[in-house]
Design a protein around this ligand. Structure first.
Ligand code: ATP
Length: 267
């Protein structure tokens, strides 16, 4: 939904958008099998910013790929707006850590790609592309090629491209993991601003505890292996949030709690 909701007016809807029910995932090849996920259940309400945090190998990406419909669970089911996932679909937009722009398309055409596939009229496509390029601050780079962009700019295009398709949920797998720390901080602010203007359910995966607390309404702390959800933490810090939030007591309390869980799992 474009335009309209200001950050201060944001509210999380009461309707469940994402419903992950008792998911298990075992990878098998020949005699060998790896159980990556065991009995994972989580929900995200409409417009909620849900974050999964956990150590390397606990199954965070696998959970996101299952939700994207790129792999199938061994047990359980995933529903988005009450529709069971049985493959990829336009109702789920993805932003990965690796830069995934089409190198043969300029910025405008990358953002327009899904809209053309959906056969939207040209005037509507133009309006949507211009809106999202403005949202991510790249209106002056519409004609640039991916190879001319920095990592942060490429991720801004990827966010614009995903949102332009108006998915029910945005799935983000360590989208800022390859960026330097300064760019990462500015991308977090950009994402919060864009999310504030365009109410959207988000499922975001990160290793970074500060990033998780800054962004989230709710944090699912995972541990492995096999991956399970160890704790669900609600973040009640007011929005809009800035990087100064890291000094607040509630922030530090949550950070201590998460570090405690992860440290406990290590020992
Ligand atoms: N295709 C596969 N075949 C076999 N095992 C796999 C496959 N993909 C993932 N795994 C295993 O499943 C487990 C979970 O992997 P996953 O990549 O989901 O974890 P992660 O928490 O996202 O890790 P990271 O933070 O390092 O990206 C790991 O033990 C991994 O080795």
């Amino acid at each position: 939904m474009r335009g309209g909701i200001q950050p201060s007016m944001l509210h999380t809807g009461s309707r469940t958008c994402l419903d992950i029910r008792q998911i298990g995932l075992t990878f098998s090849s020949g005699q060998q099998s790896v159980t990556a996920l065991e009995d994972i259940s989580l929900q995200a309400a409409e417009n909620e910013f849900a974050v999964i945090v956990g150590p390397s190998g606990c199954g965070k990406s696998s959970l996101l790929y299952l939700t994207a419909g790129l792999i199938e669970p061994t047990s359980g089911e995933i529903r988005v707006n009450d529709k069971r996932i049985d493959g990829p679909g336009a109702d789920r937009g993805m932003v990965f850590q690796a830069y995934t722009l089409f190198p043969w398309l300029n910025v405008r055409d990358n953002v327009e790609y899904g809209l053309k596939r959906r056969r939207l009229p040209a005037a509507q496509r133009k309006e949507i592309v211009e809106y999202y390029l403005r949202e991510v601050g790249l209106e002056r780079f519409a004609d640039a090629w991916p190879r001319q962009l920095s990592g942060g700019m490429m991720q801004r295009v990827a966010i614009a491209r995903a949102l332009a398709n108006d998915p029910d949920i945005l799935l983000m797998d360590e989208p800022f993991g390859a960026l330097d720390s300064q760019t990462r901080l500015s991308m977090q602010q950009l994402l919060l601003n864009v999310w504030g203007h365009n109410s959207k359910t988000v499922l975001f995966v990160t290793h970074d505890i500060d990033e998780a607390i800054l962004l989230a309404d709710r944090i699912y702390v995972m541990s492995g292996r096999p991956g399970v959800i160890s704790r669900t933490i609600e973040v009640h810090l007011p929005r809009p949030r800035t990087s100064e939030i890291v000094m607040e007591k509630h922030f530090l309390d949550i950070k201590r709690e998460i570090l405690g869980i992860l440290h406990h799992d290590d020992t």
